[in-house]
Design a protein around this ligand. Structure first.
Ligand code: AR6
Length: 177
């Protein structure tokens, strides 16, 4: 029988830079040198030291993840991942998005973060369809939590009311099977 891990997954509307949690995930780009959207918000709230550390990392491939300190943010770590740019769905976007979630969670385990907040990776500038991305996010996180006991909470941070409603719907659907 599958383990019940859904109680560890919470959906919250808000700004991820305000989350008091062990680690937050950044939806970055392969340069790791900042950008708009959630990436821009994280860099401006963390302060310029974050960019300095990011510049030492040599970038990040799509679907992979790298961790830095969090500087002025109320969290211990920032896990930078790069989601896929949506190109219509035939360029491995689903598995690259899955990898972004799994590799971010692996990074959390590696650095000892027990609670992790995610934004909706790839659903902004990168154009991934929201519902498809939400299903991949919840399925991938649940599958990881079934196999790994180290993480106590995954918080899915939704910027808008619509994305919160959508994620809650997807979570209930997947929970009920
Ligand atoms: N807190 C939580 N979620 C947020 C916040 C915030 N402060 N700000 C935006 N979102 P995006 P992507 C949501 O575009 O699609 C950057 O320029 C937003 O509503 O930030 O992965 C990078 O440098 C959306 O649902 O990331 C890359 O070049 C979600 O976060 C590129 O954008 C992701 O939107 C990455 O694009």
């Amino acid at each position: 029988m599958k383990k019940n891990v859904f109680y560890k997954i919470n959906v919250k509307q808000g700004d991820i830079t305000k989350e008091k949690i062990d680690a937050i995930v950044n939806a970055a780009n392969p340069s790791l040198l900042g950008g708009g959207g959630v990436d821009g918000a994280i860099h401006s709230a963390a302060g310029p030291e974050l960019l300095k550390e990011c510049a030492t990392l040599g970038g990040c491939l799509t679907g992979e993840a790298k961790t830095t300190a969090a500087y002025l943010l109320p969290t211990k770590f920032v896990i930078h991942t790069v989601g896929p740019v949506w190109q219509g769905g035939k360029n491995d976007e689903d598995s690259l998005l899955k990898n972004a979630y799994t590799n971010s969670l692996k990074e959390a385990v590696r650095v000892g973060a027990k609670s992790v907040a995610f934004p909706a990776i790839s659903t902004g500038v990168y154009g991934f369809p929201h519902e498809r991305a939400a299903k991949i996010a919840v399925q991938t996180i649940a599958a990881f939590l079934e196999k790994n006991n180290e993480i106590d909470e995954v918080r899915l941070i939704c910027f808008t009311r619509e994305s919160k409603d959508l994620l809650e719907k997807v979570l209930i659907e997947l929970k009920n099977g």
